[in-house]
Structures are given as C-alpha cells and as structure tokens.
Design a binder for this molecule. Structure first.
Ligand code: FNR
Length: 387
C-alpha cells in the first residue's frame, strides 16, 4: 500500500502530513524560533563527503555493536519523544515493538503516554528511560527505582530543557495539550478523520508516568501539563548528575551536551555516555548541528565514554558519516514519528527498514565491511576552499 511506496524518510514525512491535522503535524515537525538549528541539523551532513575504499570484500557487513551495555543490530537507537499517543493510537508500544523487531534500542520519555512498567512488560528488547531531574527530587528517585525494577538497561538524562523552547508553529496553531476542539482546530480535525476519531475520544494524552503525582487533579491534563512545566529546575548543576550516577549505578547518558568541555564534565560526573543533541532544534535556536560536534567531543573524551549523535539523521549514509567521525551510534526522533503517524507500527517498521537498507548499501559502496573499521579517513570535509 502507501507505506511500500515510501522510499525514504521524506516520503514518510509527506504521508504523516496527509494523515495528521496541521497543529499535530507541526508539533512533530517544527523547531524553536527561526528553525535555523532544526534545518542545520540535517544540512550539516552535506559538508562531509564519504571517501570510499574500493576492491574490499563487502560480501558481508558486520553492523552489530554494543551501546549502553546492550547489543544492538546496527548503530541506531530511537530517541525519547513525549506525547507519542497524540500521533497514533498505538503510541509508544508500537514504536518499541518495531524497534525490537529491528534489534534496536527504544527510549521511553518521562513525558510519554505509556507507563514504563507496561511498556517493559510488552516487549523484550533493549530499552532506556529518559529522565529529568525535577524540582521534586523524590519523583526522580522514584523513577530510578521503578526503572531498575522494570528492567530498563540505561538512563538518559536530558539537560537541554531548563525552560521550554519557543515553538512558534505551536503558538500560531493554538496547540493545547490535550488537543481541544476550537473554531480554529475544528476544520483541520474534521478533514483528518482517520486521526481525529480515535484521538479525540477518551482520556488518552495522560503523562502516564507522572499522573499519580497529581491524582487530585484527575482528568484535568492541562493542569498536569502545568504541574510538569513547574517541575523543570534551572538550578541543576553537575552535582546533580553525580547524585544521579551514584543512585543509578548503571549505563547513564547525558542528552543535550554540545560542548567538548561539558562532555568531559559528564564523564567526570559519572556518566558513561554523551548524547550530542540540541533536542532536534526544539530548544536553543542557533546551536550547532550535532554532527559538527562529534570530532571535537571525541577528541576531548578519547575512549572514556560512548558518543551518540542525536538530531538530523534522515538517511542511512548520515549514520555512516557520524560513525566515521567518531560516534558509537546515532539516534532518531522525527524519522520514526513520521512513520508512526503514517501507519502505526508498520510505519515505524518501514522507517527503520529504509534507514537500515540505506545504511548497509552505503557501507558496501564505501568499501567498509565492519562498523568498527569506519575511520576519519573515510570523511573528506567539503569546503569551497578546496576543490
Ligand atoms: C522530542 N525530543 C524529546 N527529548 C527528550 O529528551 N524528551 C522528550 O520528551 C522529547 N520529546 C520530543 C517530542 C517530539 C515530537 C520531538 C520531535 C522530539 C527530542 C528527541 O529526543 C531528539 O533529541 C530529537 O528528535 C532528535 O532530532 P531528530 O531526529 O528529530 O532530527
């Protein structure tokens, strides 16, 4: 059907735009301020050329690797995204199941719409939980215990959200959580019945992992949203990372690190891994593209920690470039959300399948038969100074 005629992530994005009301699509697709960083995240990959080796036996490609102590089939993981149920009724579970089918790791967001215990019971694959250190440290400590109990393999601490980014598309669209029928949204919802009918019935946009904290407000998600907004803590420092690392005592990635100095800080504070990320261009507009920070951060931390490049990956070849520059793996957000919105679990499966095909073909064409053999010499910086 439609999914089989999507040949890349951009095709899936188009299908998602067709199925979703405009405000919902824009919530996935948009970024902060002028969306300069959002655009740059992907465009920056074009500054790196792949310099292939030829006459190498590529009859089989070794793609398996280890990340956060877990085996993954190839160096890709799925980033945490909040409110996933807004995009498709099958929500986080559909994404996690597709990831497990591909041997990849799934990360559940604190702001997800599925309880972490329920998710862990429903699929056996490698899984991480994205945590925030909230003003209420008790809530964070509680998450650590619940994640250990439920068998999560790693924690991911997001540090680029001391305040919400300025998402002007959402403001223009009057997006509310949960989406409400207003005069303005009515038309866009009425035009997309395959989304609207399941999505607008029932109590579905609950922050399932946090809602017990506000039982007194049961059923009033706007207030829950305000509650969470009030939990972001601008007083956080590396001290808090040390605390978290000690409490968790397992694979811990700091998500949102951009500067080499901060990457060193993260490792010194007890993290095992860095996710180079600007939150997909949704927070600080003007931040550089993650891919541009891989080499400097690898040079800064050496082999003392794992590096994940998060943001702007739209092709399998982007992953090959990131690995050659020194990343252990890449992470994707929107690419799987477009797939989910386009066709539920099958759509996510399609997105991951396309990226994997592209990845393997690029490895063959680049003449590299093992992900461990990708090196900086496979990259040539494109520059208008050198022809
Ligand atoms: C996100 N992201 C995100 N990050 C996080 O740590 N916690 C969260 O709850 C969310 N929620 C979220 C929702 C949506 C709709 C998007 C698009 C993104 C950021 C996400 O984890 C990741 O950093 C980016 O999506 C990576 O960029 P790409 O792959 O979308 O270009």
């Amino acid at each position: 059907g439609r999914l089989e005629r999507a040949f890349n992530i951009s095709d899936l994005r188009r299908l998602a735009r067709k199925r979703l009301p405009r405000p919902i699509f824009d919530y996935i697709d948009g970024g902060a301020d002028d969306e300069w960083t959002l655009k740059r995240n992907h465009d920056a990959f074009a500054d790196y050329e792949l310099l292939p080796d030829v006459l190498i036996d590529t009859s089989s490609i070794r793609s398996e690797t280890t990340l956060f102590g877990q085996k993954i089939a190839w160096p890709l993981i799925l980033s945490p995204t909040g409110l996933t149920r807004m995009f498709h009724d099958d929500a986080e579970l559909a994404v996690a199941r597709a990831a497990a089918r591909h041997g990849l790791m799934y990360s559940l967001s604190t702001l997800g719409t599925t309880r972490l215990e329920a998710l862990a019971e429903s699929f056996a694959g490698p899984k991480a939980f994205q945590i925030y250190i909230f003003k209420d440290r008790g809530l964070t400590a509680e998450f650590i215990g619940r994640c250990r109990e439920a068998g999560y393999h790693a924690l991911m601490l997001t540090v680029d959200t001391p305040v919400a980014g300025n998402r002007e598309r959402d403001r223009f669209n009057g997006l509310s959580i949960p989406p409400r029928l207003t005069l303005k949204s009515m038309l866009s919802f009425a035009m997309k019945p395959s989304w609207s009918l399941p999505a607008l019935t029932g109590n579905k946009f609950d922050f399932a992992n946090v809602s017990h904290k506000v039982d007194a407000l049961a059923g009033r998600q706007m207030s829950l949203f305000d509650y969470i907004g009030g939990q972001f803590d601008r007083t956080l420092t590396w001290r808090d990372v040390e605390w978290l690392a000690k409490e968790w005592n397992g694979p811990l990635s700091i998500k949102g690190v951009m500067a080499p100095q901060d990457a060193k800080h993260a490792i010194a504070s007890g993290a095992t891994s860095i996710m180079i990320s600007n939150h997909g261009g949704r927070q600080l507009d003007g931040a550089p593209a993650p891919v541009d920070q891989i080499a400097p951060i690898r040079d800064a931390i050496g082999d003392s920690g794992e590096i994940v490049c998060d943001g702007g990956i739209r092709r399998g070849s982007d992953v090959v470039k990131a690995l050659a520059l020194g990343a252990n793996a890449c992470s994707i957000g929107r690419p799987y959300l477009y797939g989910l919105a386009a066709g539920g679990e099958a759509g996510v499966h399609r997105a991951l399948g396309l990226l994997h095909e592209e990845f393997e073909r690029t490895m063959v064409l680049a003449g590299v038969n093992d992900v461990a053999k990708l090196e900086r010499r496979h990259i040539r910086m494109r520059s208008w100074l050198s022809w």
